[in-house]
Each structure stands twice: as structure tokens, then as C-alpha cells.
Design a binder for this molecule. Structure first.
Ligand code: HEM
Length: 412
């Protein structure tokens, strides 16, 4: 093959943001197929953008000599989903230091603890509610309570509803346009200001919080220069824990959709931890959630003969890589069994980003997510008497994230 300089295959047109809204999770796959290429150039939000797909492309994307994250994400995402000044937009030593703070919260004991909290909260929820349970709505509340308890953010019993209703627009509505998008922004403003106040109170000793928990830890965390973080940054990072824990509700809703649609696989998952683990991995591979990760080119470089230009926004297709026929047999079939053979490559199965946790930007909460899914699946399959009513759940591939809206009936 001729690896001399070539331009990245380019989609012509002024801007393709509207197609992204229409095609959703298929946007990059469609272009990759059309141009028969693992990298395609398009234009999004008025900017030249590279789209990458597949395992080798993921290895490239997570090479920190080639890509950086500072202000990589569009401002609309920073004002809603991510916040400004958080770990997602850091590079180099600053990133490593901040990321180590997140990873230090994910000890075996603390992951075990969050599993028992989530079980308690499910039990409390089911005891207090009527027979019919809307999974997504219930899970958001259960997870908000869990997140507040686990992080040690001071809150009253009756506040959890309010937290849940403000945390969920951050991920449910961030990618929407119009009033929903504004709701997402407004929720972030309110939550950041609420948390900043608490940070100041802890620092001036007018509020006491549990010392072994994440909130205390982040409030007193020192950066690589030995300085405390700005209270606003503390708020952003605490929301980087609370928001995605509540967002696990999306995966829990998909778990029930999978139980509904694949009863044989669900029956198998009753048997033990490993069977459930494979079921959960397949839920995270098969269903769409986080569409792509975003970075920018650090300096001009060549890859497979293509020239990448400095500063260009670059998207790595997470959904597309998880459905890449070069990596997965029958990628559009739900088959938990495939994970018996998966070797744990950090770049082929990337629902929560790829690469390393410590030096790269792979999701800090991946183990926590899997643990919460495991304990919830076990709880409902083996300890709760419930049935799935006849329903026609559906979700759209251009809703980010899609919510199937499952219902279950509890038989007390
Ligand atoms: C609900 C399911 C979740 C999904 C689908 C998800 C997905 C992701 C993705 C795609 C990234 C970005 C990867 C990249 O930029 O390369 C990420 C980063 C991150 N996630 Fe998650 N996540 C989830 C749950 C969690 C949880 C439960 C937590 C914390 C308790 C968490 C904390 C973080 C943090 C702090 C980052 C930034 C890491 C960095 O920039 O170094 N996530 N997540």
C-alpha cells in the first residue's frame, strides 16, 4: 500500500451538525462505510472535524503525544454535561494528578460499600412504592440517594428527589436543543452554586462532613503545586461523581430491556457472578449510550499515510467501535456469551472510553458502573419477585442518550 502523504477522505458541505442530530449513533459508522475508511473528515458546529473508528484508531486517539484535551469539547458540552475546569479537559501532569485523586476513591472497600448502599436503597424504594415501577425514574432516585451517601455530600433525606431532578438534566438534556438544553445549563448553574457553598463551609469549619468520603477528600485535595482547588472546580469534580452515578439509570433501564427481549440469556444470568458479568458487558457493548470521545490534534502527524492537522477536533466513535465487524462477530446481535472469549483489550471494547485509567482519559467510574449493574441485576433476578408486563419498549438511535422506559410490576 502506498503510504505517501494523502488527505483524510473528506465529506463535502458547509456543516453536518444536522445530520449528526438525525443519524445519531450511526453518524460516524455511516461515513466510515461510505468512504471505506477508518478516518473521515467532516464539519461539525462550524469546525473541521476528524472522525475515527475501530481498535487501531482508538490506540491512536489515546496516544497523548498526538492528542490533547484542553478545551477540546465544544462549549455547549462544557456548560451542561461536563462543567468547566474538570478533569476531562486537563492534560499531562495536571491530568495525571487530578485523575489519581479520582482513582484513589475507587478502592475495593469503597466499591463494596457502594454495592451495599445501592441494594439498601432499592429495597427502601420498593417497600415505599406501588406495584408498578418505572425503572428509569426509580433508578434515578435510588442512584441519587446512593451517590449522596457514598460521596458524603451533606443532604437531607427529603432532598434526594431535588438532587435527582437537577442531576438528570445534565446528562439527559445536554445534547438536546431549545428549552431542554437550557434546563440542562440551568441545573448545572444551580448545582455548582449549591456545592460551592458547601465547600466553603467545610473549609471554614462551619460544616462537618465525614472524613473518609469523596466530598471531604476533594474539598481538601491539593493540586500538583500543593494548592487547594478553587471551590468552583471542587463543585465541578463532585458533579463528575454525582452526575454519572445517576446516569447509570440509563444502563439499568437497558438491563430490563435486555431481560425483556432476551429471556434465555437473562435466565442464564441468574446462575452466577460470571454469567451476570457477561450479560452486563454485553448490555454495555450492545446498547448505545456515550456516542464518542472528543480530543484535538496536538501537532501535525501522519497515520496510515494520512496527514492529521494540528488543533483539529477529533471524535472517536465508541458505539461504532463496539459494533465494528472487524472486532465482533455478528455485532448487531445480543450475545453475552461472546465475552467468554474476550481478552480484555483496552481498545476494542470501549463503552466508557479506552486506554489506561491513570494516564489516559478512560472513565474513572467504569468499575463502579459495572459493580452497580451487577448488584442490581442480581437483586432483581434472584431476590425480587416481579414481572415484566407486556410492553413495546422502544428507543431511537438519534436520542442521546436513549431511554427505553421500561416498566415492571413488583409482587410484594
Ligand atoms: C453511566 C455510565 C457511564 C458511562 C457510559 C461513562 C462514559 C464515560 C466516557 C465515554 C468518558 C470519556 C472517555 C474519554 O474522554 O476518553 C468518561 C470519563 C469519565 N467518567 Fe464516566 N461513564 C459512566 C459512569 C461514570 C461514573 C459512575 C463515574 C464516577 C463515579 C464516572 C466518572 C468519569 C470521570 C471522572 C471521567 C473523566 C476521566 C478523565 O478525563 O480522565 N463515569 N466516562
Amino acid at each position: 500500500m502506498n503510504h505517501s502523504h494523502q488527505k483524510v477522505p473528506k465529506e463535502i458541505g458547509l456543516d453536518h451538525s444536522l445530520e449528526l442530530l438525525k443519524e445519531g449513533y450511526y453518524f460516524i459508522m455511516n461515513r466510515s462505510e461510505k468512504f471505506d475508511s477508518r478516518v473521515v473528515q467532516t464539519r461539525l458546529l462550524g469546525e473541521k472535524t476528524y472522525c475515527l473508528i475501530g481498535q487501531e484508531a482508538a490506540e491512536l486517539f489515546y496516544d497523548t503525544d498526538k492528542f490533547f484535551r484542553k478545551e477540546a469539547a465544544p462549549v455547549v458540552a462544557q456548560k451542561t454535561l461536563l462543567g468547566m475546569g474538570g478533569v476531562q479537559g486537563l492534560d499531562g501532569d495536571e491530568h495525571r494528578h487530578r485523575k489519581a485523586m479520582f482513582m484513589s476513591l475507587m478502592t475495593k472497600e469503597s466499591l463494596k460499600e457502594i454495592q451495599s448502599i445501592v441494594k439498601e436503597e432499592w429495597t427502601r424504594y420498593l417497600e415505599a412504592h406501588e406495584k408498578e415501577v418505572k425503572v428509569f425514574e426509580a433508578a434515578k432516585l435510588v442512584l441519587a440517594r446512593t451517590a449522596l451517601r457514598w460521596t458524603g455530600v451533606p443532604s437531607h433525606e427529603h432532598d434526594a428527589d431535588d438532587w435527582a431532578s437537577k442531576l438528570s438534566p445534565l446528562f439527559e438534556m445536554a445534547s438536546k436543543v431549545g428549552p431542554k438544553h437550557l434546563k440542562s445549563r440551568w441545573s448545572r448553574v444551580q448545582l455548582e452554586s449549591r456545592l460551592e457553598k458547601l465547600v466553603k463551609q467545610v473549609r471554614n469549619r462551619s460544616l462537618d462532613v465525614e472524613r473518609h468520603r469523596a466530598f471531604y477528600h476533594v474539598v481538601w485535595h491539593r493540586d500538583e503545586n500543593g494548592e487547594l482547588l478553587d471551590p468552583h472546580i471542587v463543585a465541578v469534580e463532585i458533579l463528575n461523581l454525582l452526575r454519572p452515578i445517576v446516569a447509570i439509570a440509563v444502563y439499568l433501564d437497558f438491563i430490563f430491556l435486555a431481560i425483556n427481549d432476551y429471556p434465555k440469556e437473562a435466565e442464564l444470568a441468574k446462575q452466577g457472578y460470571d454469567e451476570r458479568h457477561r450479560f452486563i458487558q454485553e448490555v454495555r457493548r450492545y446498547y448505545p449510550f456515550f456516542p464518542f470521545a472528543i480530543a484535538r490534534v496536538k501537532k501535525d502527524f501522519m497515520w496510515k499515510g494520512y496527514t492529521f492537522k494540528k488543533n483539529t477536533m477529533t471524535l472517536l466513535d465508541l458505539y461504532g467501535t463496539n459494533h465494528d465487524p472487524e472486532l465482533w462477530d455478528e455485532p448487531h446481535q445480543f450475545m453475552p456469551k461472546r465475552f467468554e472469549k474476550w481478552e480484555g483489550n483496552p481498545f476494542d471494547f470501549i463503552p466508557q472510553g479506552g486506554g489506561e485509567f491513570d494516564i489516559g482519559h478512560r472513565c474513572a467510574g467504569e468499575w463502579l458502573t459495572v459493580d452497580i449493574m451487577q448488584v442490581t441485576l442480581d437483586y432483581f433476578l434472584n431476590h425480587v419477585n416481579y414481572e415484566l408486563p407486556k410492553q413495546k419498549p422502544d428507543y431511537r438511535m438519534n436520542d442521546i442518550p436513549p431511554i427505553p422506559g421500561m416498566k415492571i410490576y413488583i409482587k410484594h
